[in-house]
Ligand binder design. Structure first.
Ligand SMILES: *[C@@H]1O[C@H](CO)[C@@H](O)[C@H](O)[C@H]1NC(C)=O
Length: 121
């Protein structure tokens, strides 16, 4: 990616997290209106990979499985009082490669993450 595009992308990410923080403050004053899901443009961005990895390892803990994270195939996010990430994750179950849809809730500026759902697609 051209560096000016990357800078633009970073600005969008920063603005987006700032907006999420503002929206959290607004939520304390009035009822929460859910935004619609918007696509994540760069699926290899470390923050996205981290969420994907978290979803797989958390699911392994909860379900006693041994899935191995391969990559994020598709993803979108929704601004709530934090962020909901909805990712399609490619993962290995032994030798079988499969796609899984995971929803992870993340609070901005904090390391708090929670796996909302995880299912094979
Ligand atoms: C996506 O993000 C990765 C890691 O930050 C970067 O190396 C890569 O160039 C980006 N790709 C695109 C298409 O923006």
């Amino acid at each position: 990616m051209e560096s000016k595009h990357f800078v633009f992308f970073l600005s969008v990410v920063v603005l987006f997290f700032a907006a999420a923080e503002v929206s959290a403050a607004v939520d304390r004053q009035r009822s929460n209106e859910l935004g619609s899901y918007r696509p994540i443009k760069n699926l290899t961005e470390p923050r996205v990979i981290e969420v994907g990895n978290f979803a797989v390892s958390e699911h392994n803990k909860e379900a006693g499985t041994k899935l191995l994270f391969v990559k994020v195939v598709k993803g979108d996010f929704q601004v709530v009082s934090g962020l909901n990430f909805r990712l399609v994750i490619s993962a290995k179950d032994g030798v079988d490669l499969g796609n899984y849809e995971a929803v992870v809730y993340k609070k901005p500026w904090q390391s708090y993450k929670r796996l909302i759902s995880f299912k094979k697609v």
